[in-house]
Design a protein around this ligand. Structure first.
Ligand code: ARG
Length: 252
């Protein structure tokens, strides 16, 4: 009987231990992935550092929650798969909260409002999304930009050109290999600044729905989700969020 009690308490403390942070989490902090090729949200600097709006939001949230983290440029698909399978603890990458993704991940509360816009050469006759019918449209694979085009022209639309990174789509647009790029508004604005407003312009279409970004965690990881949400709440309340927002996008 006594022996059984000892075993029992041993087992329960093991169970308790297993319920705590994983060893990896304790040593190096949570592993967070991103596709650091999406300025102004995330960008990989020459020194290997990831900068941008999301990077600063993540740092601020982690600081508010006393959470250490390891932020990695994994690429878009590797991030999505990694968080789904638990190889990464979280992903922050201008990730739009969509119904489909909510089946696979848990999202934090929204932290940024966004939408898709169309980037075209200045001389383009395109005025609406529908005007793109029959034209070659570049998007980043597995993004809401791709979804917008598929919704408008069908899943197998032959003019849809998918790229691993959005910069390659913009390169092809510059070279005249495609007619338009559908991409998140703030990223488009960043490209317009670089490309020069005389050669490219933005087309907005009200049929492209409002989006909001959230941070993803593996479905069911309540503990981390709660921490991230609590951190987001704190930085929204204490003015840190507004400061970071103003740095990248000007005052609201
Ligand atoms: N907001 C879009 C989406 O969630 C595009 C995000 C792409 N992000 C990136 N870092 N490449 O589908």
């Amino acid at each position: 009987m006594r022996f059984c009690m000892i075993i029992l308490s041993l087992v329960s403390s093991l169970v308790l231990l297993a319920g705590c942070d994983s060893p990896a989490e304790k040593e190096h902090g949570i592993k967070v992935g991103t596709n650091a090729e999406f300025p102004p949200f995330e960008k990989l600097e020459g020194n290997g550092k990831i900068t941008g709006f999301d990077a600063e939001i993540l740092s601020a949230v982690a600081k508010a929650e006393n959470l250490s983290f390891d932020f990695q440029h994994t690429g878009w698909d590797v991030m999505l798969n990694g968080v789904a399978r638990g190889r990464l603890d979280a992903g922050i990458s201008a990730i739009t909260i969509t119904e489909g993704r909510q089946k696979i991940y848990d999202f934090t509360e929204p932290y940024f409002e966004a939408k898709q816009v169309i980037l075209v050469p200045s001389a383009s006759p395109v005025k609406t999304l529908n005007d793109l019918k029959g034209k070659k449209i570049g998007v980043q694979s597995s993004t809401t930009g791709e979804q917008v085009v598929q919704k408008a022209f069908g899943n197998t639309y032959p003019g849809l050109k998918r790229y691993d990174v959005i910069s390659s789509a913009v390169e092809d647009l510059k070279l005249g290999r495609i007619d338009a790029v559908v991409v998140d508004e703030a990223v488009n604005a960043e490209y317009l600044k670089k490309l020069g407003k005389s050669q490219f312009k933005t087309v907005q279409d009200s049929s492209m729905p409002a989006e909001s970004y959230g941070i993803i965690v593996k479905k069911g990881n309540r503990e981390l989700l709660n921490k991230l949400n609590s951190g987001l709440k704190k930085i929204k309340q204490n003015g840190t969020y507004d400061k970071i927002y103003a740095k990248y996008f000007g005052d609201k």
